[in-house]
Structures are given as C-alpha cells and as structure tokens.
Design a protein around this ligand. Sequence first.
Ligand code: 13P
Length: 256
Amino acid sequence: MNRRAIVAANWKMNGSLALVNSMASELSKVSLNENVEVVVCPSFPYLAAFSFASSKANLASTFSLGAQNLSEHAKGAFTGEVSTSMLQEVGVSYVIVGHSERRSIYKESSSLVAEKVQAALAAGLKPILCVGESEEQRVSEQTELVLAAQLQPVIDKIGIEKFVDVVVAYEPVWAIGTGKTASPEMAQTTHQFIREFIAKIDENVAVKMPLLYGGSVNATNCEELFAQADIDGGLIGGASLKAEEFKIICSAAKGK
Ligand code: 13P
C-alpha cells in the first residue's frame, strides 16, 4: 500500500500573528516520517501571513496551507464569503469542508457541503471533508446511517472517481474539544466502516483515500490512534495551537 498520512491543524477561531510566526519557525524543526504531510489551517486573515512565514522559515514542501471554509460560489455579491481563487492566490492548497461546527452552528447541510467540495475540486484545492455523529446518534446506534448520509451527497455530486482527491476526516462530535477521545478500537471500527462504504462503490479509491481521525487528539494518544490500520493521521484542534505538542503529533504520523 502507498497511502500518505496527513496531520492537519484546525486552529478554528484562535491564534494570532504571533502564533503564525512562532508556529512556522517551530515546524521547520520537525522531522516527519516518509509520506507524511502537515497542513496548517489558520483563520482567513492569517493565511497570507502563514504563507510568508513558511517561506521565511524555509518550511519543506511537505508542509501545506489550508483554509477552514470556502464559498461554493466563484465570485460576486456574497458579502463575507471567500472564494477558491482568493484562497489559491495566498498559497492555500487544502480546505476543510463540512466541519461539525459549520454543520451545527451555521446550519450547513450535506448538500451545501457537497457543493463546496465540488467547488474546491474544480479549482484544484484538496478538500478535507469532515463527517461524524453526535453523542445521541452514537448512543442510538445511528452512527453508520449518519456517516452514510453525510458521504453519499458528496459522492452523488462529484462522482466516485473524483473522490480520490478528497481527504475524509472522521470527527465524532462528542469527542471534539471535550477531552473524550474515541478509543483507538472504536475509531478504527468506524474508519473501517467508512473505507468499506467507499470500497463498495470503488475499491481503488477506498485504498488510496487518506482517512483522518479528529477529536481530542493529543501528544499522549496520537501514537496509538495513528497505529490503527485505517487511520492515516489526524485533524487536530486544541493541541495544534501548542507548538511542542503539535510537533509530537506530527512526528507520530506514518504513511501506510
Ligand atoms: P479538538 O482536537 O480540540 O478536539 O478539535 C478537533 C477538531 O474539531 C478538529 O477539526
């Protein structure tokens, strides 16, 4: 197998110019395993600054810049929105789409998420598509149904052959920012379900698709999580704001 691992930092609405500069310089000291990519996703106002700071710190090409959201529209009268071409102009190559906070707080539906994935791919950006169930859905054994309902509209919209360029991040909502990580076994079982769901449509795509785990990943639990057969890295929130901890997480990832 030759599946790359990805560790992506989702800063959410946190950070500052000072963090942009210190993180870029700290990341230049990390040694990554082969076939590992690190993606840093700060808020929109810091994207250009991170691009600049990465060149100044001489960050290797294994480090990429990501945005946390994008508009499904190309341009026009959409106050407050940010287009794919704007993101690309400031050096962005990845974009998080359908994060549970966007789905729940900003009411993004799975069909809007699918449109955003399509817009990202059409522009040549790599979408990190987030899926995940709530605690209530897990307790009532709806997890697989919920994940299927989040994945299918994207597959229907873009076609399975384009799914090869999508990174999927499984983030159980109950594990986000709560310190309640899914156990490595539970995370693996759900990742395996997602890969098999895709494999039923196209085995080749499923084998290549990087599948990340997110939800209270930290320097202590990352190794065991990343060792699972279907976990190819992580989408990291809180721990990605602390350079020392984030560096440990980056070094723990290995391609499979
Ligand atoms: P935490 O790592 O803070 O739980 O956040 C996970 C997340 O939502 C990343 O997108």
